[in-house]
Design a protein around this ligand. Structure first.
Ligand SMILES: [Fe+2]
Length: 257
């Protein structure tokens, strides 16, 4: 095999450098995605070091993590948004870009197909059942790693005094008044919250909280529990009885032994 992760990381940087252009805000948004990518790769490394699949599978999962958001770069370049609904499915665009740019040319064919499949599937709401085992594993590693890092990214933007960035909050209204009862219902039912029900930033916080119910690996849940980020999201939401009860449920599920 003619590829190492270090080589692929270099290729990633070379490829995305061309999209670092436009206004200061544009460059900052691109840099944010580069940073997110490298953090997701770190999370995937942490996860695979605990799960210990065979080294070839670990490499495929890490490669998929490295390229999972490749589509974000041409997406932002063309549309100046990260909202798929207003532009293009960034996972599909990422898989297409990976193939077109031959970034996986050094990988054996079956590995290439697994990485492309994991990139393609990383953002679907529900994973299809009965995927080939390698694809299922890599996709789950990417999805958990992605979620773990998005907590970091979003919390930085929700903290009081953070610079408002409409691109990062995906167009959610900045006011902290109220929240969508539909999202509360989805979390109560231990289901993943729907972006379609998201209106303001409180709803975005609820969507993030709902991800507690969409992590594939026990280790991811433990990492999230240890970081205290779900607790912080609840602190940044209105302090009422409904959310108090929801908080008790979610924290109990998150910290269960
Ligand atoms: Fe993504």
């Amino acid at each position: 095999m003619n590829a190492s992760l270090d080589r692929l990381i270099k290729d990633f940087h070379l490829f995305v450098a061309q999209f670092r252009r436009g206004s200061d805000e544009d460059v900052a948004n691109i840099d944010l995605k580069v940073e997110h990518t490298l953090e997701v790769l770190n999370e995937a490394r942490g996860l695979t070091s605990v799960l210990r699949p065979d080294p070839g599978l670990a490499f495929q999962a890490q490669t998929a993590a490295l390229f999972h958001d490749l589509g974000r770069f041409p997406q932002y370049d063309r549309y100046k948004t990260f909202r798929d609904a207003l532009s293009v499915n960034h996972a599909k665009l990422g898989a297409r870009t990976l193939a077109k740019e031959r970034l996986l040319a050094g990988l054996p064919g079956p590995w290439r197909r697994t990485v492309l499949g994991a990139v393609f599937l990383h953002n679907v709401r529900h994973l299809p059942a009965h995927l080939p085992p390698a694809l299922d594993f890599c996709t789950r590693v990417v999805r958990d790693s992605d979620k773990l890092d998005i907590y970091r990214v979003m919390l930085a933007h929700f903290e009081p005094g953070a610079r408002p960035n409409n691109v990062v909050v995906m167009g959610a209204r900045p006011d902290g008044q109220g929240y969508a009862p539909a999202l509360v219902d989805q979390i109560r039912a231990r289901r993943i919250g729907s972006y379609a029900d998201m209106v303001n930033v409180n709803d975005f916080k609820l969507v993030l909280i709902s991800w507690v119910y969409d992590l594939s690996f026990e280790h991811s849940r433990q990492v999230l529990a240890d970081r205290g980020q779900v607790e912080r999201l609840f602190e940044l939401l209105p302090q009422d009885e409904v959310l108090g009860e929801l908080r008790a449920q979610v924290l109990e599920d998150l910290h269960r032994p």
